[in-house]
Design a protein around this ligand. Sequence first.
Ligand SMILES: Nc1ncnc2c1ncn2[C@@H]1O[C@H](COP(=O)(O)OP(=O)(O)OP(=O)(O)O)[C@@H](O)[C@H]1O
Length: 587
Amino acid sequence: MFDIFGKLKWFIKEHWRRYLLAILFLNASSIASVIPPRIIGEGINHIVNKTLTPEKLLELVLLMTLLAVGGYIVSFLWVYLLFGAGNLLEFDLRKMFFKHLLRMDAKFYEKNLVGDLMARATSDLRAISFTAGFGVLALVDATVYLAFLLGMMIFTINLKLTLFSLLPLPIVVIGVRFLGKKIHKHFTEAQNSFSDLNNKVLESVSGVRVVRAYVQERKDIERLDESAKNVVEKNLELNKYDAAFESVFLAAFSIAYAIAIGYGTYLVFNQQLDPGDLVTFTIYLGMLRWPMFAMGEATNVMQRGNASYDRINNIVEQDSEVVEPKRPVKIGGQFRSIQFKNVSFEYPDGQFKVLDDINFEIKQGKTLGIVGKTGSGKTTIIRQMLKQYDLKDGDILINNEDYKEVKTKDIRKFFGYVPQEHILFTGTVKENIAFGNVFAENEEIEQAIDISAFRKDLKFLEHGLETLVGEHGVTLSGGQKQRLSIARAVLINPDILILDDSLSAVDGTTEKTILRNIKKYRSGKNTIIIAHRLSAVEHADEIIVMDDGEIVERGTHKELMDLNGWYARQYIHQQMLNHEVGDQDEA
Ligand SMILES: Nc1ncnc2c1ncn2[C@@H]1O[C@H](COP(=O)(O)OP(=O)(O)OP(=O)(O)O)[C@@H](O)[C@H]1O
């Protein structure tokens, strides 16, 4: 049950002063709350014994007022400090979690779905934060405050009365132990089902257009329904144990209350107890509700916090397979070359070689074209180049240094990558373009817009560069997104610009314009172009043709045309199609 505090030792150690003060103020407020019932009892005894004088009454009222004001101040302080600790912990954990997500490799994201990660980053982190704030409060009140109250009941009122009223307590202890374990188990199951629902909602929302296009709304609703039902069932199961937990202790407490009232009245009748003391005792008994309830709550909250901490840890403990070098080699200065030497690769859960003995070199200032059938391994070459997966067979060298000896971030700084899927962040067009270089000057942004032929699109956007795009903004067409993504990559002026099928949604004329601009503005820099439309790589210094993970043809456009293989056949076929389309357009 206390495991969670062991796991949070690092945080408590860092914030021990805050916790110490919070607990001191919390206990001061407990003391401030156990004295007034005694004053009330004393007042009643004075009334019964007819010894109450105006001076005594004034003294009692002043004391009560003083305690109320003091209690208010210390309560404010402990609430601020203790719940603040919970918020600080949530902030620290969220930062750590997010940093970890940014560090992880592609394999991690294949294993852990986004919806599940989101569930952990929200409700699990909140459960842990709740433990660090409210959990500590419940624990302190269930022990120290309980001890204060019992002390007052035993030492200032009556030992026997107190002992009798505590008789049902063992029921609570047994209930807490048994039900606490069940709650831990069912809470984890409920959280897992919530993660699953999150994944499905995410898929449904992001794929809503496809779902509609295929008229699959009903099936999608059924799928979500099933998942939502599962969440409800798991939570109802959890509620059952939650309810049993609270009922066990409320029943035990009610019995204790009945015993105390019955036996206390008997003592008053036998003049072994003053009526004022019985009133004080009943008030204490009422006050005992919270620390006894807190006993259950502390267990409950700690069990949940523990389960959530394990779920967070489970993610944070997963390490990236891409191992960072212990003594990294620094590669400063300009990019000179990248070499693939006998590189073979299988995806972690794949069954076959996706890359088979790949060899090529890109020297400074050169353009490489990568073409081939779909699924032949073109993008996988890029993933290896960006060190997204661990390389097992063969070597990749950058400026003659082994990739394994160079930090991933030092490798990636050479690249500007335009992936097949274009991601727009919520913000303006300008912010999206300047994503990789927020300090870019306006002229640099304007130049990136010209290179990527995005200027003509700007005219159609109501607020030009300041138009909001992404989740809360206007929707851009596929071609516009491609051009914006190219502008984003061009702006960072990378040594190697990678266009991964990034010209597929632009027409032939715009493609020519973009390629001409890239050649002109990026002379001396490298470009890698993956394309299905071969006209996009015609001008490259070298073109490699991929088939089933192997390089089956290589050379310049002219050499490949002379070879009369897949490239030449495909090129001629595409040219004929272009003419046909052109003829139809003219007709
Ligand atoms: N994450 C992955 N896990 C397992 N297999 C994968 C993964 N990504 C791709 N593959 C497989 O690797 C092979 C090569 O994929 P890759 O994306 O490199 O091909 P490509 O030539 O770029 O295809 P396209 O032209 O359609 O983009 C395919 O058979 C694909 O199914």
